[in-house]
Design a protein around this ligand. Structure first.
Ligand SMILES: C[S@@+](CC[C@H](N)C(=O)[O-])C[C@H]1O[C@@H](n2cnc3c(N)ncnc32)[C@H](O)[C@@H]1O
Length: 221
């Protein structure tokens, strides 16, 4: 193993990262604040620095077609929508109707509702339908729904993105539990196994980032 080269973030240092590396505007701050009022569940929302990264990645791949699995109250979808090329569209998949309705209101307030199509229902069904349609391939996929579904979502997204397109997987460190997943934690077990598979998957180039709860970038070859 090479000499470790990383720094552990403290809350203060993370705050520094957010203040210097993310430009969270009023619309996104309002989504963050209203989501925080929901209580502990707000932890599901991506952080501002990850949001800035999502906007940047979407722009870097020149995405005109993007898909998100797991929209919650819409923070990450707004970040992706803001990175789309002119004329671009985001398909936002969410299982829960109340969360989808909240996300729709937040998209309107953020001025991105016109470029986002919400798909209400299990992401697996939406992906299956999309694979059956001979539509344009996607440029970017963001996987952030139920963790046990990740292996299937990854395969579907690999089918749906173009060569050179990017799959972004969230929570790939699962709070560090991927090192020794509890057999009773099906999400951690699924993600640990998928991390192994992606690391050896010659269909993609890969970079795992120790940002937030861990993010894998898998670029289709
Ligand atoms: C971690 S949260 C997503 C957070 C969101 N990306 C954000 O930044 O605010 C996961 C979301 O996936 C949704 N979800 C869970 N299982 C799903 C499924 N089978 N299909 C679609 N969405 C699902 C949940 O309802 C939840 O809102």
């Amino acid at each position: 193993m090479s000499e470790p080269k990383f720094i552990a973030l403290t809350p203060k240092l993370h705050d520094y990262v957010v203040r210097h590396g993310a430009r969270e505007d009023e619309a996104l701050a309002a989504v963050r604040e209203s989501t925080a009022a929901l209580g502990d569940i707000a932890v599901m929302q991506i952080s501002p620095d990850q949001g800035a990264l999502m906007t940047m990645l979407t722009g870097l791949v020149g995405a005109t077609r993007a898909i998100e699995l797991g929209t919650f109250t819409g923070y990450s979808a707004i970040c992706i929508a803001r990175g789309l090329a002119p004329g671009g569209r985001l398909t936002a998949c969410e299982l829960d109707p109340d969360r989808a309705a909240t996300a729709r209101r937040n998209f309107e307030r953020a001025g991105v509702a016109a470029v986002i199509d919400i798909e209400l229902g299990p992401a697996a069904e939406t992906l299956e339908r999309l694979r059956g349609e001979a539509g344009e391939p996607f440029d970017l996929a963001f996987i952030d729904a139920d963790k046990t579904g990740y292996p299937d979502y990854y395969e579907s997204c690999l089918d749906l993105v173009r060569p050179g397109g990017l799959i972004v997987l969230d929570n790939v460190l699962r709070d560090g539990t991927v090192l020794d997943p509890d057999p009773d934690d099906a999400g951690a077990v699924a993600i640990a196994a998928l991390n192994e598979a992606i690391a050896a998957d010659d269909r993609v180039d890969v970079a795992m980032l120790a940002v937030a709860d861990g993010i894998t970038l898998a670029r289709k070859r």
